[in-house]
Write a protein that binds this ligand. Structure first.
Ligand code: SAM
Ligand code: ZN
Length: 379
């Protein structure tokens, strides 16, 4: 049986490990309905998870991959629930959730067995929705723009047709660039054995797909469901071990327990993230000691390029490249971190000089991309 990295998901609100309940909820016995009234010694909220455990069938502790199409991840501590829709969990913070869609999803399930439980879950949602009002997120407008990109994915200005990713028949040079860069990040990720990898801002998830096909256990995380769904369609006929698992989440609130991933990749994605310090703190927590984060991102002039300006104006998303100094400042709070920019150059025998200097490195860059490696040393 394939075990899933999704078994390590935790609540964004309180960091407790989440438990998965598939739809339809199934009672263990005929008489075990959700209690209708709160009595004083039985705080419904406190005992909610005990209740579920006692009376409802749940899958094994470990979530098995792709067995359950729809369901809820539920927090045993704060009772927040997060939907799994069409095999893709969405573990988003309260203020980024589409509550209308989530409540409609709940409504659509078969509740004839236990309307008390449904009512309770709706109450929890309303509380969380109210809580969302007090959350301050200065990058909210960029995140909303990323999440609502739905009708724009076919625009050739954007990043190519996801059904074929990384192949873009309209732009073969871009395709070649992507594949070259992928080869380089494979080298930087130092993937010798099958390892667990978090692919952040995975989009159509082609990098995740290729890493999974190379034998690794991969989570493709993205804030935008639309991209992941297109990737899921592209990969749906692959055997399960060759598919990454998909997860809708914000990299500024990574819903995983600590020390889960051997390596983390951000491929053309970190330069869209508004609060990079916060994002790196989350990634650092989930990275195992000895592992590394690889950022493959455009340089600090990126936002001044005409194509970036066009994309920002048209779609409202953030485009902001980075230099080594920027990455060092994003990573300044991380313990035991070693930060390097790695230059991958193409030099032939006529060009070899005794000394390498920055201008010659830049002139001989193999791709138009900067690579940063942030290694987490064992203490
Ligand atoms: C240019 S795309 C790159 C996608 C993919 N890595 C590739 O190379 O094909 C950037 C991706 O970052 C995602 N993204 C932006 N902000 C994010 C955030 N706060 N959390 C998670 N993903 C985010 C976007 O939704 C988008 O899919
Ligand atoms: Zn919680």
């Amino acid at each position: 049986m394939e075990l899933s990295l999704l078994a390590h998901l935790c609540c964004i609100n309180c960091a407790y490990k989440l438990k998965f309940w598939p739809f339809p909820f199934q009672l263990k016995s005929k008489h075990s309905f959700f209690p209708k009234k709160n009595n004083k010694n039985n705080n419904k909220e406190e005992n909610f998870s005990n209740w579920l455990n006692k009376y409802y069938l749940s899958p094994d502790q470990e979530v098995n991959r792709k067995i359950y199409r729809n369901g809820l991840f539920i927090c045993p501590n704060c009772s927040r629930w997060y939907p799994v829709i069409n095999y893709i969990p969405e573990i988003l913070p309260d203020h980024l959730r589409d509550w209308g869609r989530d409540l409609a999803f709940l409504e659509k399930q078969k509740w004839q067995l236990d309307s008390g439980l449904k009512k309770f879950l709706i109450q929890v949602a309303h509380k969380a929705k109210f809580n969302a009002k007090s959350i301050i997120d200065s990058g909210l407008k960029f995140k909303k723009a990323e999440m609502n990109i739905k009708d724009k994915v076919d625009d050739p200005l954007f990043f190519g047709p996801g059904y074929l990713a990384p192949f873009n028949p309209q732009n073969p040079e871009f395709t070649r660039q992507l594949i070259r860069r992928f080869g380089q990040v494979i080298y930087l990720l130092e993937l010798q054995n099958p390892v667990t990898i978090l692919d952040v801002g995975a989009g159509y998830a082609w990098t995740s797909e290729w890493l999974a096909k190379a034998g690794h256990n991969v989570i493709a995380l993205d804030i935008c469901r639309t991209y992941l769904e297109i990737g899921a369609k592209r990969m749906m006929n692959l055997p399960l071990p060759l598919q990454p698992e998909l997860l809708v989440a914000d990299v500024e609130a990574v819903p995983f327990q600590g020390n889960i991933f051997d390596a983390i990749l951000c491929f053309d994605a970190f330069h869209h993230v508004p609060d990079r310090k916060k994002a790196l703190r989350h990634l650092w927590r989930t990275l195992k000691p000895g592992g590394q984060i690889v950022l493959a991102e455009p340089g600090p002039q990126h936002e001044k390029e005409p194509s970036s300006i066009k994309v920002m104006e048209k779609f409202g998303i953030l485009e902001k490249g980075m230099s080594l100094e920027d990455v060092q400042s994003y990573a300044e709070d991380l313990e035991n971190a070693e930060i390097k920019q790695v230059y991958i150059v193409k030099v032939d025998n006529d060009e070899i000089k005794p000394v390498l200097f920055p201008a010659s490195l830049k002139a001989h860059k193999f791709t138009d991309c900067n690579y940063y490696v942030i290694r987490k040393h064992q203490r």
